[in-house]
Design a protein around this ligand. Structure first.
Ligand code: PLP
Length: 223
């Protein structure tokens, strides 16, 4: 087996205090997750509804599961009973469905709003203006079963480190804007989820609070 334990500690030892690791385990078997779990890792991220359901059923119940991929509204009901955080909320429609399904399960589900800052046109996420509009609309204030905890984004897939840093910095400034306009007194709004295997050291320089690292810990994914 790929040396998950050693790689996990390598990543963890490079993270400053205050930055949490979400270990992205998509496409990796349960044994890999257990190897990290045995080292104390409790937060795991997955991007497919069936896969996360199977892993949730099979694995220890104190694992905190984050859904990190694009989530279709019709899939929310399947993850609502157990998901801790849905990281990639990119529409009001999805937010409404999360509220509905969280209420059905008598739970509060944490969410992050996903920003689209990267240059690629194919990536999901809200433009900064769309995010401003969603928050200005105020409907989210009437969602007692949804807790908006911060922002999530992916930088462009490029070797240009300056561009990557620039995108993370844009996200960090936007976080400050949103925090002061809408969440100044809400301590729960504190998360900046950026940084993946190739760029998390840059992300932590740009005020990430949560890095989502997969390959660097679990090795290449077999699709
Ligand atoms: C797969 C994925 C990651 C992890 O990517 P690695 O390059 O394997 O670290 C992080 N965030 C999201 C949204 C992903 O889909």
């Amino acid at each position: 087996m790929y040396n998950v334990k050693e790689k996990l500690h390598e990543v963890l030892s490079g993270l400053p205090a205050g930055v949490r690791l979400v270990a992205i385990s998509k496409f990796h078997p349960a044994e890999y997750i257990m190897a990290a779990y045995e080292e104390g890792q409790r937060v795991f991220g997955e991007s497919h509804e069936q896969e996360i359901r199977q892993k949730h059923e099979a694995l220890p119940k104190d694992i905190e599961w984050h859904f990190i991929g694009h989530l279709q509204t019709n899939k929310v009901k399947y993850i609502a009973p157990y998901i801790t955080m849905i990281e990639a909320v990119d529409s009001l429609k999805l937010l409404r469905e999360i509220q509905k399904q969280a209420a059905n399960n008598d739970r509060v589900i944490k969410v992050l709003l996903e920003l689209h800052i990267a240059e690629e046109t194919t990536k999901y996420g809200l433009t900064l203006d769309a995010c401003r509009e969603l928050l200005a609309g105020g409907e989210w204030r009437q969602m007692p079963n949804v807790q908006i905890c911060g922002l999530m984004m992916m930088a462009s897939n490029t070797d240009d480190e300056q561009q990557i840093a620039h995108e993370f910095q844009q996200a960090a400034s936007f976080f400050d804007e949103v925090k002061s306009n809408y969440f100044a007194t809400d301590d729960a709004f504190c998360e900046r989820s950026w940084g993946m295997s190739d760029d998390y050291p840059i992300a932590v320089q740009c005020r990430s609070t949560m890095v989502r690292v997969g390959t660097k810990i679990f090795g290449p994914r077999v699709y």
